[in-house]
Structures are given as C-alpha cells and as structure tokens.
Design a protein around this ligand. Sequence first.
Ligand code: SAM
Length: 267
Amino acid sequence: MPPTGGWRAGASPPTVASVSRYYVEGEARAERVGDLFAAVAPRYDLINDLQSFGLHRLWKRRLLRLAEVRPGTQALDVCCGTGDVAFALARAGAITTGFDFSAPMLAVARKRAGGWREAAKAPEFLQGDALALPFPDASFDVVTISYGLRNLANLDRGLRELLRVLRPGGRLLILDFGKPDWAPWRWLYLQYLRWGVPVFGRLFCGDADTHGYILESLQHYPAQRGVDTRLRALGCSETRIIQLLGGVMSINVAQRHPGSRPPSQVG
Ligand SMILES: C[S@@+](CC[C@H](N)C(=O)[O-])C[C@H]1O[C@@H](n2cnc3c(N)ncnc32)[C@H](O)[C@@H]1O
C-alpha cells in the first residue's frame, strides 16, 4: 500500500516522497502552479471530463444552484481557468468576471467566449493573482472558486481576499477535491488519485506529474472540514459543507456576515 493510505480526514498531511514536481512549498509555489496550468491548458477540459467521468459538470451545476443568481447579480469566479463556472453564472444572468493568473487557461476561456450566442452578457475574463485581487472591498454579491483554493500558495490570505471583495451578506462558494470520512472509500479514492489520474497526464500532456499534482496538493490542503473551520474563524455566518460523492468532492458555502468589516481589517 502506498504511504498515503493511512491519511485520515482532517489529519495533518503525512510525510511522503514527492509525487509531482509541480508541488513545492513557499515562494516558488505560484510559479510552479503557473507552469502546470500552462502545460495542461490545451487539454484541460478533455481531461476533466475523462478523469471525473463527466461528473465535474454535475458538481459545477450544483455550485451554480447554490449561488442563487438572479439577473444582475454581480459575480466573480476566481481561478476561473477555462471558464466553466463563469459561463454558467453568466448564462444564469449574473454580470460575471472570471479571474485567473494563467494566460494559457484564459486564452481557452476567451476563445470559448468568442462563440457566445446567449442573450445574457458573456463573462469578462481578467488576468491576475487571487492573493491580490484588483477589486475594491464589497464589489460582488457572489464569489466562487472551483478547484482553485487548493492551488493557492497561502490559503488564509486567499480566503481573506475572497471575503474582502464579497459584499456583507454575499455568498462565497468553494468547490474542490475533498477528503472522505469513510476510510474504505477514502482508501479507494486515494488509489485512484495516486495510480489512475496521473495516467491522464502521461497520455494527454506527456507528463504524469501534471496530474500527480492533484494528490500531492490535496495532502497539503485542509479540505472541506478545515476550510469550514477557517471560514468561521474569519467571521463567516451560515457556513455549510455539501459532501459530493461521499466527500470525494465538496462545496463549502459561507456568507460574509452582514455588517462585517472586510476580513483584512479584522484581527
Ligand atoms: C484546476 S484549475 C480550475 C479551473 C476552473 N475553475 C474549473 O473548475 O475547471 C485551477 C486554476 O487556478 C488558477 N490559479 C492557481 N493559482 C492562482 C492564483 N494565485 N491566482 C489566480 N489564478 C490561480 C490556475 O491558473 C488554474 O487555471
């Protein structure tokens, strides 16, 4: 059994040999993540469909329903990548900004936007760092981040930024890989992430490390329960965890407390 087999939900990450050169701690993290998404961008959507058996589409639909978008809602999708969630928000009537630091991922999103034929306004895609969002406090009614938070070099700083740009009473939705509570299911899932998923990297990007990164980044990520604890510590109200497929994926839902000061000013 690989050394990650004993990893418990919510536990500190075990010490394991690196399974992807795209994961590093500290200063160089963002640069490596940028390299990773530059490498996968042309095949990102195809691999997403294959590795999730198409289920990521259902999970993103669930995220959209939780966003409770109405025509005119101001929405920000951070780490938007090729734009799935941004397009869904816009289709539902939100005035949507997609935001990402990867030019190759944004190029795919903008190409998709070029084919936009809906009555609703297409999303606008902007490039920049999620850890320093170029928006004033309280600019958005809804902020989403799907498969992005796990990639940030500083999780707490990222959460503060997401909450800063959300208006008091607004809704934050975080979709990402999770850590299932039930040990046998967790074990099976870890085997898939360790041995199955990197095959897609090898086949479509010529590099197993691009997808070995998912397991490694997840080991260092507090996942649904840890994220919920942090959101409450940052003063969010009505936090909830939606477990998907037994906790393999999850959506953290939180409301920026009505009347709260921006999190950057707290503590
Ligand atoms: C796994 S993709 C998710 C794409 C999309 N949200 C989806 O659900 O399919 C992660 C995205 O996060 C972006 N990203 C990672 N760190 C970032 C940062 N610090 N600032 C902005 N974007 C970042 C990457 O460029 C990549 O496009």
